[in-house]
Design a binder for this molecule. Structure first.
Ligand code: GDD
Ligand code: MG
Length: 368
C-alpha cells in the first residue's frame, strides 16, 4: 500500500524550532519525528511512502533518505506551497500512484488501527474515509459530524477562526489520515494551491465521504505544548513505539552526553553530545543535539534546539523555546513561554523583580 505524507508546511506555530528544521524532520524523543509515523504505517502494510515536501524539503530528504525499515521513500517537491490537496494532484501528475492510497498529515503521532479504517472504507465502497478522533477542544481542528452510517454530514475547518460560527456540533475532528480512491484525486484542480479541508472534503459531502472514529492515542505535534506532551507520552509509553529504554527518571539520554553531578529528569530527552554541568537541573524538557547547560542553571518544561548554550545559573521558564545555536547568558532569566531566535544571544542580567544577578565574567560569557 502507498501513503502520501504531507510534509511541506512551514510549521509556523513551532517556530523558532522550524526556522532551521522542517516539522517532519524535527527530533522527537531523539529521532526524526516522521520515523514514528513511518513505523506505524509499516505496521499497517504500507511499503512505499511519497513525501510531499516544500519548505526546507531538502532537509527532510537528507534526514530520512531513501528508505526506513522496509518502507521505500520517494519525494515530490513543490516549488510553491500547494496546500493540503494540491500536493496529491502534483504527485498523481508525476505518475506512479495506485488507485487507492493513504494520505496523512505529516505532524501526527498516533497508533490507531489504520487497517480497520481501510477495511471500513472497502466495506462502505467509499470514495474517501477520514479517521476521526474525539478531542476536548475541537475548535482548532476540522470538525466532522457524521450520520450513524458513518457518512459525513459536513466538514467544518477551524470554526475558532470564524467568530460568527455556531457552537461546535461535535467533538469529533479530522485526525489527518485519509483513505482515498483515484476519483478524489481527479477532483483536485491542477496547478494551484488546493485545500482538502476547505474545498475538496466539503464538496464530497453526500458523494461517498465517510468518517471512521477510533479510540486510541493521537496528537498533532504542531505547537510547543503538544510537542512536549507527545514527548512525555512517548517516554511514559502511553503511545506504542520502538523507543530505547529510559532511565529511572523516565528520561532518554542519548550517547555522548555528560551529566555528572547534574540532575536530569523527570521525563526529559537529551540528544547526542549534550553537556549538563554539575548542579544544573533539567526537568520535563527536550534538548536536541550538542546542547550545553552551565553549572547551576535550571531548565524546566522547555525545548532547546541543536547547539544551544545556556550559561551558568540561568533559568528558563516553562514553555520557553530556544532556537538552534542561540545562547542564553549566565544568570539570565528567560520568561515563561519565551521564544528565542536561532543564533541570537539572550542576555537579561536583571530578574523581573528588579533583583540584579552577579555580573557574568567576560571569559565565561565568551564561553557561553
Ligand atoms: N506539501 C505541503 N504543501 N504540505 C503542506 C502544505 C503545503 O502547502 N501546507 C500544510 N502542509 C502539511 C503540513 O506540513 C502538515 O503536515 C499538514 O499538511 C497539515 O497542516 P497543518 O498546518 O499542520 O494543519 P492543522 O494542524 O492546522 O490542521 C490540519 O490537521 C488537523 C489535525 O491535526 C487539518 O487537516 C485539520 O482538519 C485537522 O483536524
Ligand atoms: Mg497540524
Amino acid at each position: 500500500m502507498q501513503a502520501l505524507i504531507l510534509a511541506g508546511g512551514q510549521g509556523t506555530r513551532l517556530r523558532p524550532l522550524t526556522l532551521t528544521s522542517p516539522k517532519p524532520a524535527l527530533p522527537l524523543a531523539g529521532r526524526p519525528f516522521l520515523t514514528f509515523m513511518l513505523d506505524w504505517l509499516a505496521r499497517h502494510g504500507v511499503d512505499e511512502a511519497i513525501l510531499s515536501c516544500g519548505f526546507l524539503g531538502e532537509e527532510v530528504a537528507r534526514v530520512l533518505g531513501r528508505s526506513h525499515r522496509g518502507v521505500k521513500l520517494r519525494y515530490v517537491n513543490e516549488t510553491e506551497p500547494l496546500g493540503t490537496a494540491g500536493p496529491l494532484r502534483l504527485a498523481a501528475d508525476e505518475g506512479g500512484l495506485d488507485d487507492r492510497l493513504l494520505v496523512l498529515n505529516g505532524d501526527v503521532l498516533t497508533d490507531f488501527d489504520l487497517s480497520a479504517q481501510i477495511e471500513f472504507h472497502v466495506l462502505k465502497g467509499a470514495a474517501a474515509t477520514l479517521a476521526l478522533v474525539a478531542v476536548d477542544d475541537p475548535s482548532s481542528y476540522g470538525l466532522v459530524p457524521t450520520a450513524a452510517s458513518g457518512e459525513v454530514e459536513a466538514f467544518l475547518e477551524k470554526v475558532a477562526d470564524d467568530p460568527s460560527a455556531a457552537a461546535p456540533p461535535t467533538n469529533r475532528v479530522n485526525a489527518g489520515a485519509y483513505v482515498l480512491e483515484r476519483s478524489v484525486i481527479e477532483r483536485i484542480p491542477p496547478g494551484r494551491p488546493v485545500s482538502f479541508e476547505r474545498e475538496i472534503f466539503p464538496g464530497l459531502v453526500g458523494e461517498g465521504l465517510f468518517g471512521h472514529p477510533f479510540d486510541g492515542y493521537w496528537i498533532d505535534i504542531g505547537t510547543p505544548e503538544r510537542y512536549l506532551e507527545a514527548t512525555q507520552d512517548l517516554l511514559t509509553g502511553s503511545v506504542e513505539s520502538t523507543l530505547p529504554p529510559r532511565d529511572d527518571s523516565g528520561s532518554l539520554v542519548l550517547p555522548g552526553c555528560a551529566t555528572e553531578g547534574a540532575e536530569v529528569g523527570p521525563l526529559s530527552v537529551l540528544g547526542e553530545w549534550c553537556t549538563i554541568e554539575p548542579g544544573a537541573r533539567v526537568a520535563r524538557s527536550v534538548l536536541h543535539r550538542g546542547v550545553t547547560v552551565g553549572a547551576g542553571a535550571v531548565i524546566e518544561h522547555a525545548v532547546l534546539a541543536d547547539g544551544v548554550t545556556v550559561g551558568p545559573r540561568a533559568r528558563l521558564g516553562p514553555g520557553a523555546v530556544v532556537g538552534s545555536g542561540a545562547r542564553v547568558a549566565g544568570g539570565a532569566q528567560v520568561p515563561a513561554g519565551a521564544r528565542i531566535a536561532p543564533g541570537t544571544l539572550f542576555a537579561a542580567p536583571t530578574a523581573p523583580d528588579g533583583r540584579r544577578f552577579p555580573p557574568v565574567p567576560s571569559a565565561e560569557e565568551g564561553r557561553a
